[in-house]
Design a protein around this ligand. Sequence first.
Ligand code: ZN
Length: 423
Amino acid sequence: MLSNADMTFPKIIDEDGKEVELTEGNYSVFIRSKNRKVRESAFKTLFQTYENFKNTFASTYTASHKNFIFNSKIRKYNSALESSLKPNKIPLEVYHNVVNTVNENLSALHRYVNIKKRLLKLEDIHMYDLYVPNIEAPKFDIPYESAVDLCLKALKPLGNEYLEIFKSGVNDGWVDVYENKGKRGGAYSSGSYTSMPYVLLNYTNQVNDASTLAHEMGHSIHSYYSRKNQPYIYADYVLFCAEVASITNECLFMDYLIKNETDKNKRLYLINEQLESIRTTVFRQTMFAEFELTTHEKMEKGESLSTEDLCGIYHNLNKKYFGEDMIIDKEIDMEWARIPHFYSDFYVYQYVTGFAAANSFYNIILSGEDSDIEKYKNFLKSGCSDYPINILKKAGVDMTTPKPLQDTIDRFNELLDMLEKEI
Ligand SMILES: [Zn+2]
């Protein structure tokens, strides 16, 4: 309520020299601005406003931790982390693997920062330069029918049965394609046990819309298989598995586009999009996961954390993650106050594991044999009939080892190689 409703932000000067009130909504536009002054002032204004409320945020953050730690203790767990992971039988090493493997590979993110600095031709790179696109967006125009066609080509490695389900889904009316009066924004996959697995899109012929179709159909075909093969009670899948099928499709789709795009600028743009999704999902969310692990552990030991402590921990993490080239502006120290997910303890690491599992499946699907595809389809058919780690393991991806995450970081480096070669 504090950040969503009560807080307001001062006015800043936009690209046209006009005064506009900064909001959380338009911040995401301003931070991508090609005009460096605009993104710098959006950045400083946003976080200075958070800083004005820093003690309130620190006390809500630590109070939420205390509550969570108290509940884990009275239920006789050894730690807050264990109380969060054990109900789904996720071994604690899965969480530690995420943090450790990313820490061992931070040089890849440092390399990214260095390449970004060169691409943007900056003498020094600041935190507010992070979101401006490396490559200017070229015009894509992909009508919906062509997007369906592209998906069918990109998902071909999944075999005929999968493609047939995709095709009949599209023909039978799973998908509500275009914007309409009274229709909600965004894109979703939903439905019930006995209905079609509907897809809601707001399709506007952009390349993102086409990859969103691949993503949402990934969810819907996962639901279709699970509902068809499981009794009602096991037909849903838990969060740990929920984004795997959709991101696998997205990886296959982007890979197909990158391989087949002949326009150099468009190809660079697509490579950059993939890099950004790994950076913001794998590296950024792991930094969040490390932050909340550190603060829980300190408080479990009885330490009390002040505003300065929280800002200090966050500052040092940014320094470690972004490396030597990046100037860690002091405003970023307040960013932890802006992340609502921290109020769902140990939640964000699942974005990383979901992405990593999808990336491993993408490798397996592209280079694997028919039996590997069958195993993948068995994963799609499993719903929540077993614990998530077991379901993924049976399909060929072992989340208790660093391999899936290592594969993802290798892909990140491979994409950086492509980008570096072409500039
Ligand atoms: Zn999704």
